[in-house]
Structure formats: C-alpha cells, structure tokens
Design a protein around this ligand. Structure first.
Ligand code: ADP
Length: 491
C-alpha cells in the first residue's frame, strides 16, 4: 500500500506511522479489509481471509464479483450517501463468498483525506456475520411458526362451545376462551389475571375449584367433576369439567388447564328417558301384580280339581309372571335411582328365614339347575327386605343365565366380624379379567353374551342397593370354571 509517497517529510512520516498502526489494528480485528478509490469505481485491494476471494490488482467489476445480486442496489445507494457527505459507509449485506456460497457481512468504510482535504481513498473493514444472520433468520422463522400455531389453537379454542381456561397456581385465570368470556359476560381484560371470586363464582364454588387445583397440583393427575353454574345468557346450567396439570420441562406442574362442557341438555334427556322408563314400568307392574295374584289364587283353589296339564300350565304361568315382575322391578329401581328417588326403607328382619324363602322361590322358579343354600342360625339384619331380595335374586338369576343347564349354584352366608357375607357361585363360563371392573357400571353387558337376554342394569342396581346399606359387592373370583359374586351387610 503506497499511499504515503514522501516519507521523508516529518509530518507525513508520522501520518504514515499512524496509518500503519491503524491498519494493523483493523487487520487484527476484522475478517476482511479493503481499499476503494475515492469514487468507489475501483477496488484497489481486498484481503478476504478465506471468506472472500482476495483482490491484489485494481478491480472495476468488484460489485458483481462480491456483492449478492439482490443487495447490489442497496450497496450502491449506501455508497452514494457516504460519498455525498464524506461520512462513514456502513451496511449489512449479502456477499458471494470465496467457496461460492452466500454469506453476510457487516461492512464499514471511512474516507482517507489527502493534505488538501480531498478524499484520497476509502479504507474498509468487514466482519463475517453469517452465523448471526442465520440465527436471526431461524429465530424469525421459529417465531412465525409459533405465531401460526398460536393462531390455529386460538381458532380452535374460540370456535368450540366448550369452555376452555387455564389457572396459574395462585388460582387466577391466565387464559379463557370466548365461550367462557361470553358465559361470564366479561371481556378478556376484565377477566384475565383475576381469581374465581372476582369472576363471579360463589364462595363455595370457588373454594371447591381451589381445592381441585391443589389436588391436580399435588397428584399431577387430572380430576373430573359436575357442577351447576349460572350462565350470563342461558340461566342455570349443568357442567361437566376436567382439570388437567400443565407440566414444565422439569415435570413440575406450572399451571392447571381446564375444559368444561354444558351437559344440561344431555341431563334433561336422560331425565326424560328415566321418567319414561319409570312410568312404563309402573304401568306394567300394576296389571302384572293382579295377574300373578289371580294365577296364585287359581293354583291354590281346590288343587285336586286340576288335571296334571292345567297344573303345569298354572305353575309355568306363575313362574313367568314372577320373572317378569323381577325384570320390571329392575327398571323401576333404575328409574328411581337415576332420579335420586330410590329410598332404602330399613327395618330389622331375620336373614335366616329370609334366605329360606328365597331358596324356595328360586327352586320353584329355576327348575333346571341344582341349588345349594346354607342352613344358618338366625341373624338380625337392619335392611330393606324387598330390595335385598332383589339383589340376591339378581345374582341367582345371573348365575342361572350365564351357566349351563344341570350345573350347580351354591349360595353361602357367613358372619365375618360385624359383617354378614353372602356369596353366590356358579359353574358358568366366567368373566374375562378385563371386564370385571366394568360389570357394575350402568348398561354394561359382557362382550360374549350377545345371545343372552339382558339390559346391563342388574349389577348396577345391586351395587347401589348394597352400598345404600353400608355394604360392599364384588366379584370374588372368576375363571372358566365359574364365578363367585359376594356382598356384605353390617349385622
Ligand atoms: P345383564 O345380565 O342384564 O347383562 P347385569 O348387570 O346383571 O346385566 O350383568 C352385567 C354383565 O356381567 C353381564 O352382561 C355379564 O357379562 C356379566 N355377568 C354377571 N353375572 C355373571 C355370571 N354369574 N357369570 C358370568 N358373567 C356374569
């Protein structure tokens, strides 16, 4: 670089020394250094340090050699601006690298003046900012993707009629979808960051949800519930809700997300259906009761007069009408249970006598199985005799239904501590292991018994009756050799 031509002049010597030091500094701190002619037409020199190809001879088509086509105009404009006022040229732009790839540089150039104050040349330095630019671009892209995902989730959350929300661990709402804001009759700004009480929940209701949030937080598991709540526009509604933990990277609960569904219509439909079942069963029961009574009367009236054929027909008719009565009782119980009107009317009675009566009735009703009933000492139970009879009849009926003709059905009754334990065992096909936990659910029917008539309500009603007596009911064991159903009653 022969920019200083008379180095004997003391001033010039000093300038030259300064210039050298400056260049050394720039060289040490920059990735690229370059020198341009005063009007920028010619690149006098460029040291590209493997990033850009070096230029050792003056070069006029440097723009097309180094500058990315899309950035060339921008570079020209920045040069014109710098030249106009002889101020620093500074620009971030893309370049064509020595290896043919595209890079980014931050380029700065300062004018160097001669003794007369005219620009002699421009001295430039540039740093490779490709990595920073790439990171910036990746970040921008990631942001765009996040924004887009946010738009998608928000559209979903705001187009569902279900209520969606998130609580922080101080029980404040940090998110509420449009359905929830509408239900409250509030705007986002008025509702978000606020707690349950501030958003209009009654104290009992707010406390209940706070307890549930605590539960979700400590157990890290979801919780489900049902509650009535007044809607701003629709009045009192019934809601089914689920609170779920939101876990952070460390697996800690950082928030609790919830969804709530309005099930008022479903509940009303269910109620209508139950009322219907209840009404139909009741209407059917009245004539059936008289029918059974007449048949029994006929059977008892001068039996000697009956020929064997009539006797058998009478027996069968009574048997079938009892079966039908049992079935209708099941429906009546279901309807009462569902509407919360199944009352257990307890009174003391002797279980031993009660079981004997059941034994007689069962042997009369089911003639194709062998029954074994225990002979037990008197034991007083405080319970609803009619409903307990339904439970045992149901277990016996199932034992008959799900086992072969001629097989044995054994009932036992034992006292264990302060509990009376009754069990009914059959030699039937048994129950698949995975179904056992569902047997007592309403309307649940085993997968393999499509051919056997039933409604899947028997065991459900049994469980409600037994639990209503403070007892328990369960499947003690079930293999392909048969099943044993048990229940307990406090003595
Ligand atoms: P239903 O007999 O009308 O289907 P239940 O509620 O009485 O309804 O019984 C539910 C299910 O439990 C039955 O569908 C059947 O799969 C199973 N189950 C009940 N008792 C027995 C039994 N003794 N042996 C085998 N499976 C049984």
């Amino acid at each position: 670089m022969n920019s200083v031509n008379d180095d004997k002049h003391p001033n010039k010597k000093a300038i030259a020394a300064n210039e050298e030091r400056f260049r050394a500094l720039v060289n040490a701190t920059s990735d690229i250094v370059y020198i341009m002619s005063a009007d920028w037409r010619e690149m006098k020199q460029l040291e590209g340090r493997n990033f850009l190809a070096d230029t050792n001879e003056p070069l006029t088509d440097w723009i097309s050699k180094y500058i990315h086509p899309l950035d060339q105009d921008q570079v020209r404009t920045a040069i014109d601006d710098a030249k106009r006022e002889n101020k620093v040229f500074q620009l971030e732009h893309r370049v064509l690298r020595a290896d043919g790839s595209i890079g980014w540089i931050l380029s700065r150039a300062v004018p160097i003046f001669d003794d007369n104050g005219n620009v002699r040349e421009w001295f430039g330095a540039a740093s490779d900012i490709t990595e920073t630019k790439r990171a910036e671009e990746a970040l921008k892209l990631a942001k765009e993707i996040t924004e887009q995902q946010k738009r998608v989730y928000e559209t979903i959350a705001n187009s569902t009629p279900d209520l969606m929300y998130v609580f922080d661990l101080q029980y404040n709402f940090i998110y509420a979808n449009e359905a929830l804001l509408t239900m409250w009759g509030k705007s986002w700004d008025n509702a978000i960051g606020k707690g349950l009480l501030e958003n209009g929940y009654e104290p009992w209701h707010a406390e209940m949800h706070q307890r549930e949030i605590d539960h979700v937080r400590t157990t890290k598991t979801a919780i489900r519930g049902e509650v009535s709540f007044p809607h701003a526009l629709l009045g009192k509604r019934v809601y089914d809700y689920i609170f779920t933990p939101v876990l952070n990277d460390a697996g800690e609960v950082e928030a609790v997300a919830g969804t709530t569904r309005d099930i008022t219509d479903i509940k009303q439909n269910e109620q209508r259906k139950n009322d219907f079942i209840g009404m139909v069963s009741h209407e059917l029961k009245t004539p059936l009761t008289s029918l059974t009574a007449y048949l029994q009367l006929m059977e008892k009236s001068e039996p000697a007069k009956h020929d064997p054929m009539t006797k058998r027909i009478l027996e069968q008719s009574i048997k079938q009408s009892r079966r039908m009565t049992n079935m209708i009782n099941g429906f009546l119980n279901l309807a009462r249970l569902e509407s919360g009107k199944m009352f257990i009317e307890k009174g003391p009675f002797d279980f031993a006598t009660f079981l004997q009566e059941i034994a007689e009735e069962t042997r009369m009703l089911y003639t194709q199985h062998r029954f074994i009933f225990p002979d037990i000492a008197p034991v007083i139970i405080n319970g609803d005799m009619g409903k307990l009879a339904q439970v045992i009849n149901n277990l016996l009926g199932n034992a008959v239904k799900y086992s072969n003709i001629g097989s044995q059905i054994t009932t036992s009754a034992t006292i264990e501590g302060d509990q009376l334990k009754i069990s009914v065992s059959d030699e039937g096909t048994g129950i698949p292991q995975e179904e056992i936990s569902k047997l007592f659910d309403r309307f649940y029917r085993g997968q393999n018994n499509n051919l056997i008539a039933g409604f899947g309500i028997g065991l459900y009603v049994c469980r409600e009756i037994i639990e209503g007596h403070g007892g328990k009911i369960w499947v003690e064991q079930s293999t392909d050799q048969g099943s044993t159903f048990c229940f307990t009653l406090p003595v």
